[in-house]
Write a protein that binds this ligand. Structure first.
Ligand SMILES: C[S@@+](CC[C@H](N)C(=O)[O-])C[C@H]1O[C@@H](n2cnc3c(N)ncnc32)[C@H](O)[C@@H]1O
Length: 281
């Protein structure tokens, strides 16, 4: 059988999905254990969905890593590191954008800060739908200090809004997607240095950022999980071992800033990660 026929005869991802009411990894029968964050705030962000189970027939499906929500303590630790890197404007001038927003946990946490807006971009429609419901609950409970909006779309086709942006990445996709996104930004941002900061948690594709001219690395190191998050996630992942992800006591992270088109790649001389409290094992 040719590869084309094999593809034609395979049931579409959308049809396979309608047989289940939820993605594999989000149901109790898949071993789901709810994170204390969900229990405390009555939202739905827990679960582990392997990349192969996220497919809905879109071009960049094959580059998706997995769905898993960031540990609240790691997210908050990253925001502290970012503020130590002296963003070039007050926080209310920045739009926060989570590329690969999943069910919106990082967006909810970001909205505890007075950002100009908090946006999320998620490829998988089921995750984006659940995420939008979470945002509505969060808003209704009066917890959001910033307007929030979820877009169901491929991050590779999402244009940055005007003004200053801080983009959050919790290792959402493989190198080809990240490379394409960085090239687009480099082409549009030109000499407007300081208009874009990138917070990269679980920075598996760090080399892609190092190779893209125009960015300066401000921080590179470990951001620790709280003991409570580590204990909760060990329990969660022990019950649901469906992806190559282990809850360590820290995440490898980095922070980058757009420095202008004339900034060279591998900017070792301009690497200010040590000055910014970066630490490395
Ligand atoms: C590790 S999860 C992070 C979830 C969220 N950022 C958080 O911290 O709670 C990565 C997410 O990226 C999404 N994703 C992968 N490739 C994508 C793409 N090309 N465009 C948009 N979202 C994508 C996946 O579906 C998954 O929900």
């Amino acid at each position: 059988m040719t590869q084309e026929n094999q593809l034609k005869n395979r049931p579409s991802a959308a049809k396979r999905e309608t047989k289940r009411r939820s993605l594999k990894g989000l149901a109790v029968r898949d071993g789901l254990v709810r994170h204390p964050f969900d229990l405390e705030f009555d939202v739905r962000t827990s679960g582990l969905v392997a990349g192969r189970n996220l497919s809905t027939g879109q071009r960049n499906d094959r580059h998706a890593t997995a769905y898993y929500a960031v540990a609240p303590s790691v997210f908050r630790g990253m925001l502290v590191r970012w503020r130590r890197c002296r963003p070039l404007a007050p926080i209310d001038e920045f739009t926060f954008i989570d590329l690969g927003a999943g069910m919106g946990r990082a967006m909810l946490l970001a909205s505890e800060f007075p950002f100009r807006a908090v946006l999320g971009v998620e490829l998988n429609p089921m995750l984006a739908r659940i995420g939008s419901r979470n945002l509505a609950r969060w808003r209704a409970a009066g917890r959001a200090r910033a307007p929030m909006r979820m877009f169901c779309r491929d991050a590779a086709t999402f244009d940055l809004p005007s003004g200053k942006c801080v983009v959050f990445l919790f290792n959402p996709f493989a190198a080809p997607v990240l490379r394409r996104i960085l090239r687009n930004w480099a082409a549009t941002l030109g000499e407007r240095s300081g208009t874009l900061d990138i917070l990269y948690v679980n920075n598996e594709q760090e080399n892609v950022l190092r190779q893209q001219a125009g960015f300066t690395r401000l921080f590179h190191g470990e951001v620790r999980r709280s003991q409570a998050d580590t204990a909760a996630e060990r329990k969660i992942l022990g019950n649901q071992p469906d992806a190559a992800y282990a809850a360590m006591a820290w995440e490898d992270c980095s922070i980058y800033r757009w420095a202008g088109a004339n900034e060279r790649s591998h900017p070792e001389s301009k690497d200010r990660s040590r000055d910014s409290g970066g630490e490395r094992r």
